[in-house]
Design a protein around this ligand. Structure first.
Ligand SMILES: NC(=O)c1ccc[n+]([C@@H]2O[C@H](COP(=O)([O-])OP(=O)(O)OC[C@H]3O[C@@H](n4cnc5c(N)ncnc54)[C@H](OP(=O)(O)O)[C@@H]3O)[C@@H](O)[C@H]2O)c1
Length: 224
């Protein structure tokens, strides 16, 4: 096996689509850091797919990552930082502290912990870090403060990592607006721009996650 691909939030949406593509490439061993498995994933061979159950909002992420020690040797390692939450979609005065903590834990801290772990333990491997970002990292959208700020944070974290570790590869990738659970929940949310997001769906303009996954994997060139 030449490549190990670690994906957060691999049970649905874009994360699941990455697995659907990569499972067909027999040079790839996939590690899902997720809270659950999709139906298909339950049947995958342990030679090709490993489920490391992980709730990224919890404090035990670094402890759970120790399980990677038995799974990774000297192969190329890819980390796809995919899991993310957008809720709550509310104005800043209506945020509560637990929501702030949760977004920081899932969208920001878990990414830093996993990146730190891989750099600390596998610095001599070939490492590729792929941050699934968003246009919201650069565009302020009313009622999305936690999401926009968290996306901007991780982009800059990756930019600094890139400048520190020039032997490794770092990507910040905006996947565009996709037909996933995140869009569904946004269409049911209350924010000034919501009609535009409803129109994107009505006009069939949402990208399919499988197409996005293929494009991103082409960009980062696994085996390339
Ligand atoms: N959809 C879009 O239009 C769009 C646009 C721009 C950027 N993006 C970005 O693309 C990426 C994928 O988004 P998506 O649309 O596929 O989102 P999604 O359908 O909402 O899926 C989110 C994924 O994150 C996981 N996740 C959430 N909280 C978690 C936690 N505490 N611990 C572990 N996993 C957790 C979910 O797992 P559970 O099932 O366990 O909740 C799920 O697998 C995200 O980074 C998002 O910001 C999406």
């Amino acid at each position: 096996m030449k490549n190990t691909i670690i994906i957060t939030g691999a049970n649905r949406g874009l994360g699941e689509a990455f697995v659907d593509v990569l499972i067909k490439d027999d040079t790839c061993f996939i590690i899902s850091l997720s809270r659950s498995l999709s139906e298909n994933q339950k049947a995958y061979s342990s030679k090709r797919f490993h489920f490391l159950e992980m709730d990224l909002s919890q404090d035990n992420v670094s402890l759970k990552l120790e399980a990677l020690k038995g799974l990774i040797t000297d192969e190329s390692v890819y980390f796809i930082n995919n899991a993310s939450i957008i809720e709550p979609v509310v104005s800043i005065e209506n945020l509560d502290e637990s929501a702030m903590d949760k977004t920081l834990a899932v969208n920001v801290k878990s990414t830093m912990v996993i990146t730190n772990y891989l750099l600390k333990n596998y610095n001599t491997n070939s490492l590729t870090f792929v941050n699934i970002s968003s246009g919201a990292a650069k565009r302020a959208i009313s009622n999305w403060s936690l999401y926009c700020a968290s996306k901007a944070f991780v982009e800059m974290f990756f930019n600094v990592a890139e400048s520190e570790y020039q032997q490794h590869r770092f990507f910040n990738i905006n996947p565009g607006v996709m037909d996933t659970g995140m869009q569904k929940s946004l269409r049911q949310s209350d924010f000034p721009d919501v009609e535009n997001f409803k129109d994107l769906q009505k006009e069939n303009q949402l990208k399919q996650p499988i197409d996005v996954a293929k494009d991103i994997l082409e960009t980062i060139k696994i085996n390339g």
